[in-house]
Structure formats: C-alpha cells, structure tokens
Design a protein around this ligand. Structure first.
Ligand SMILES: Cc1cc2nc3c(=O)[nH]c(=O)nc-3n(C[C@H](O)[C@H](O)[C@H](O)COP(=O)(O)OP(=O)(O)OC[C@H]3O[C@@H](n4cnc5c(N)ncnc54)[C@H](O)[C@@H]3O)c2cc1C
Length: 91
C-alpha cells in the first residue's frame, strides 16, 4: 500500500476505466414514471409512479437499494409477481 506521497508501478497489459456510469432515461422521460435524477422511484412491488408500469435493476430506486446482480434478479421476480397481480385484478 502506497502512502500519499509515494507512487507505485503495477505491471499490466491493459487498463479498463469504468466509472461514473449513469442510466440514459431519455427514452422514458415523458412517461411520468417518477424519475428522480438518474433513477426511477419504485415501491416495494417495483411499481413506478405510473400504475401498471414496473421497473427493476440499476435504474429502479428505493431507500437502501444496493445495486448488484442478485438485487436486479430478485427485483425481476418481484416485478413479475406484481405484473401478474396487476393483470389479474379487476380495475
Ligand atoms: C464495473 C462494474 C462492476 C460490477 N461488479 C459487480 C459484481 O462484482 N457483483 C455484482 O453483483 N454486481 C456488480 N455490478 C453491478 C451489476 O452489474 C448491476 O447491478 C446489474 O448488472 C444491474 O442489472 P440491470 O439488468 O439493471 O442492468 P444491466 O446488467 O446493465 O443490463 C441492462 C441491459 O440493457 C441494455 N440496454 C441499455 N439500453 C438499451 C436500449 N435502449 N435498448 C435495448 N437494450 C438496452 C444494455 O446493453 C444491457 O445489456 C458491477 C457494475 C459495474 C458497472
């Protein structure tokens, strides 16, 4: 581990920089989904502000969200059940 005033050389063939990624919501901006900055707010059923529209994965947001693969997969299961409930419930 280098101290603040030291530098260290690491041998490598390639360096990939992948930082500062944000979702591109341009395609859904007009849908009134509850867009908050780079994310879309969802409730515990993964429903957006717009009834019948659900969101999962990195761009779906709620308090305490951890953006990982397992989270996105689990949210997909929740959203699928929510969509089924939505379709099966008479309006
Ligand atoms: C550098 C990095 C390292 C990470 N490491 C880990 C890790 O070790 N473990 C872990 O659990 N998580 C890790 N994550 C987080 C994890 O990758 C994400 O939380 C997860 O992939 C989110 O899934 P997603 O389906 O929301 O988005 P994505 O996996 O990004 O999938 C979105 C897909 O939609 C496609 N797409 C985008 N726009 C359009 C469009 N207009 N039309 C059609 N398709 C479109 C994209 O090409 C992409 O295939 C990492 C993320 C990054 C950036």
């Amino acid at each position: 581990m280098a101290l603040a005033d030291e530098s260290v050389e690491l041998p490598a063939d390639l360096l990939l920089v992948s930082i500062g990624q944000v979702p591109d919501l341009a395609g859904v901006e007009q849908w009134e989904l509850g867009i908050s900055g780079p994310h879309i707010e969802v409730d515990s059923a993964m429903q957006t502000d717009r009834r019948g529209v659900f969101a999962v994965g990195d761009f779906a947001a709620y308090p305490g969200k951890v953006r990982m693969i397992a989270t996105a997969v689990a949210e997909g299961s929740t959203a699928t059940a929510s969509v089924e409930r939505f379709l099966m419930t008479p309006n």
